[in-house]
Design a protein around this ligand. Structure first.
Ligand SMILES: [Zn+2]
Ligand SMILES: [Zn+2]
Length: 353
């Protein structure tokens, strides 16, 4: 079968290669791959900046934003042939740490977890893949064209769960949410905010392309002014930060409502320095009981929450997030950014219907 593979840490090694079809083990689903989404992590791996092959292999099959159709399932697994399925990315570390031992592998303490398509496990960008029944999540059948949005949705489902967990430490009835960044993570965070009945605002730099209308179609407000102006006017109860840009992060922290919660989901590269009035930032956080939290990855509970969020979302809106579909044989095209791209996906050849 064909798969999209790289030699980790070797730039220019991204290639569609022939690999042996996986053999379905006990307790596993055999799955025909439909599509994978491409994100910043995949681009980092393709550039040779990140990624680890499984032991005994030179190449890593990439792809962690999966979608497939079950070809064969063990009896009593809850799956049957034809079901739509998404494979979970992370697996607990082998020690395991206390968090992994409790199923909270998204909170792993020792960093020895493994990840499909990223770290020491083959990913899902292949025509056929297998996944342990316990790490497959069933999707509503009407999501066949958009189900690869599930993994990024699990990331924002976790971010919202974190915000709500932190908020519940005292009285908490948030009204206004600001999402910074209108890429797939920001837009999906806005979707989940709108589903919670919040007054959602999304900030991004672009003024054209599909993003402003995608935001408006959620009943949310789109902003492209500078972040200090927008956040300073809104004083949001919740900020979900999805740009990783230092100045945006700081402006978000400095302009919340009292008891404001800022959830950081964007990863920035080190080395960018800006000057900060840390005295006034500290003063605001202390005097308002504000909280800033970092959030990454997702566990099985977040995947289930994401499956529900996608099932009740407008399918036309979700379809518009997928701005480009590239066939596997031209997978390299998915790694060059187009001006109007939101989410680019690679079609793996399995039939969506
Ligand atoms: Zn990703
Ligand atoms: Zn762990």
């Amino acid at each position: 079968m064909r798969a999209l593979t790289v030699i980790p840490l070797q730039a220019g090694s991204l290639e569609v290669t022939d690999v042996p079809e996986p053999v379905q083990g006990d307790g596993e689903l055999l799955v025909d791959g439909l599509a994978v989404g491409v994100c910043g992590t995949d681009k980092e791996i393709a550039r040779g900046d990140y990624g680890w092959a499984p032991s005994g292999s030179d190449r890593l099959i990439i792809g962690h934003e999966s979608l497939g159709r079950v070809r064969s399932a063990p009896t009593g697994s809850g799956f049957t042939a034809g079901d739509l399925v998404v494979g979970v990315v992370r697996r607990p570390d082998p020690v395991p740490c206390g968090a992994c031992a409790h199923g909270q592998f998204d909170m792993c303490r020792n960093g020895r977890y493994t990840e499909r398509g990223i770290k020491q496990r083959h990913g899902y960008a292949s025509q056929v893949w297998t996944v342990e029944v316990d790490y497959g999540v069933k999707l509503d059948p009407h999501l066949a064209e958009v189900g690869m949005l599930m993994e990024p949705t699990s990331v924002v489902a976790k971010a919202w769960a974190e915000v709500e967990a932190v908020g519940s430490r005292a009285w908490f009835e948030p009204k206004t949410a600001l999402i910074t960044g209108a890429g797939p993570i920001g837009l999906l965070a806005a979707l989940l905010g709108a589903q919670r009945g919040l007054d959602v605002h999304v900030l991004d730099r672009v003024t054209d392309g599909p993003k402003p209308q995608l935001v408006r179609d959620l009943g949310a407000t789109y902003h492209s002014e500078d972040v200090d102006t927008v956040a300073g006017k809104l004083h949001p109860d919740v900020v979900i930060e999805a740009t990783g840009v230092g100045s945006v992060v700081l402006a978000a922290m400095a302009n919340t409502a009292p008891y404001g919660i800022v959830c950081l989901t964007g990863v920035s590269s080190p080395g960018h320095k800006i000057s900060v009035d840390i005295g006034s930032t500290n003063r605001e956080i202390v005097l308002e009981n504000d909280v800033v939290i970092g959030s990454v990855n997702a566990n099985l509970g977040h995947y289930t929450a994401a499956a529900h969020a996608l099932a009740k979302a407008d399918i036309g809106w979700l379809t518009r997030l997928v701005t480009r579909r590239v066939p596997l044989q031209r997978a390299a095209d998915a790694f060059t950014a187009g001006d109007e791209d939101v989410k680019v996906v690679i079609a793996l050849g399995g039939s969506p219907s």
